[in-house]
Design a protein around this ligand. Structure first.
Ligand code: IFM
Length: 446
């Protein structure tokens, strides 16, 4: 499909996304408290080669340089997240003025450069002190999070208008509280279900707080999603795929849309009941201005008797002889189209923005340049599918590449490079990749 930036229309929002823990570094600087990721990644055996985000891209000190790069590339929107424990070191109570000052400077510098800030309130780095009290499994988090949101809006809401409440709740609750492979490294169905319900409550409550405090706010929240297909043609595979879809793609968006949890399609969600208190159900819904769809790949599912409750297993991409990225995720551009169509059916939300899409491929530094043709091809194809959805009437109105710079990819460490800009993590030198120039020229034409 051939297209130009203009084909997406004059109001389409083009941007790049990052997150605090993956880029900032300065993990113990200037009064910042520890987050669950500081603790997890500094614990032996938790991340690839024991890597951590203590320094990461040193965005804490180099933010002007990186924002200038965004401006140089002509990218009008910058999505980043706030580190809760930089702002309130213990998660509740005393505020760290230097943390507030840092984000004031980031926001002000974006605006000075003509770049619109898009702020995610929570991108996985819970204050460690709150985790000691149970973290997302403790219902008190609804109050803790509410106070944090209120404080952020009080300090930054006069200049920042685009707010996202949570980043991918399915990932941080699933990987962090069920599988234990992400911070805080806890396991078990009850931990997961408690964390999931409290996150769903915070997602809507956060939206209500922002709405009540900022008149002209543009409020959203983001969801990870993958197009789910049965591996074989059997009814059992079809039903297994349906269950996985309910878990991966519907668990958080449907209560927000006022539809409740998809209990009928995934019986294990009945076990959410003990965590749901009187009055919760109606509070789960909120009229977001937009929902952020974050898609990278598809999942193929077959029936399995060996997986308790889900009775489903993922047939991994490497077993299917398909093109993959460094994350071992299948390159499947149509996935983003299918997810946009699916999410557009939730009529409660006016607008969809692709708040993340991108790919990690091995980058080779050749005479100071990165000719990342695979990443360009990936972005071109996925964006083509976004345009396809838009042309068919899907209300998608923005696209943010994950990510601006290579950064700390959680448990996978620094190996997967997602950036439009290469980072030499030893020297912190930045080199714009060919994909960065390609994205810039697409926007030039906009
Ligand atoms: O790096 C992550 C990001 O933090 C959340 N969405 C997926 C990205 C790639 O794995």
């Amino acid at each position: 499909m051939n297209y130009t930036g203009k084909d997406f229309g004059p109001d389409f929002k083009w941007g790049v996304s990052t997150a605090a823990y993956q880029t900032e570094g300065g993990w113990d600087s200037d009064g910042k408290g520890k987050s669950i990721w500081d603790v997890f990644s500094n614990t032996k055996g938790k991340t690839f080669q024991g890597e951590n985000g203590n320094i990461a891209c040193d965005f804490y000190r180099r933010y002007t340089h990186d924002i200038i790069l965004i401006a140089k590339l002509g990218i009008p929107n910058f999505r980043f997240s706030l580190s809760w424990s930089r702002i309130i070191p213990n998660g509740i109570g005393k505020v760290n003025p230097i943390g507030i000052e840092f984000y004031n400077r980031v926001i002000d510098f974006c605006l000075e450069m003509g770049i619109e800030p898009w702020i995610t309130l929570y991108h996985w780095d819970l204050p460690h002190e709150l985790e000691k009290k149970g973290g997302w499994t403790n219902r008190d988090i609804i109050g803790w999070f509410g106070d944090y949101v209120e404080l952020c809006i009080r300090y930054f809401g006069d200049r920042a208008k685009n707010w996202m409440i949570l980043n991918e709740p399915m990932v941080y609750t699933g990987a962090g509280y069920f599988l234990g492979v992400h911070a805080p490294g806890r396991k078990g169905l009850n931990n997961f279900l408690a964390a999931a319900h409290h996150s769903a409550m915070c997602q809507s409550e956060g939206g209500r707080i922002v709405r009540s405090m900022v008149k002209d706010a543009h409020i959203g929240t983001t969801f990870s999603c993958s197009y789910v297909e049965p591996f074989g043609k059997s009814i059992n595979d079809g039903m297994a795929a349906h269950r996985v879809d309910a878990l991966l793609n519907r668990l958080f968006v449907e209560p927000l849309a006022g539809l409740g949890y998809p209990v009928n399609d995934l019986k294990l969600l009945r076990r959410l009941e003990p965590f749901i208190k009187d009055g919760d159900e109606s509070k789960l819904a909120f009229d977001m201005d937009f929902i952020g769809v974050q898609n990278y790949t598809r999942e193929m599912i077959s029936h399995s008797n060996f997986t308790p409750m889900m009775k489903a297993k993922v047939i991994r991409a490497e077993k299917r002889n398909v093109e993959t990225t460094v994350m071992n995720w299948e390159v499947y551009p149509e996935s983003i189209y299918k997810m946009l169509v699916k999410f557009s059916k939730y009529k409660k939300f006016k607008e969809i923005i692709v708040t993340e899409n991108g790919a990690a491929f091995p980058d080779v530094l050749l005479e100071g340049k990165i000719h990342d043709i695979k990443r360009i091809s990936f972005l071109k194809q996925y964006l083509g599918q976004v345009l396809r959805a838009k042309c068919e009437g899907v209300n998608v109105n923005g696209y943010f590449v994950w990510s601006l710079t290579d950064n700390f990819e959680w448990a996978e460490g620094f190996k997967p490079r997602f950036g439009l800009v290469y980072v030499d993590f030893k020297t912190q030198e930045r080199i714009i990749k060919d994909s960065g120039y390609w994205y810039s020229s697409l926007l030039d034409d906009h």
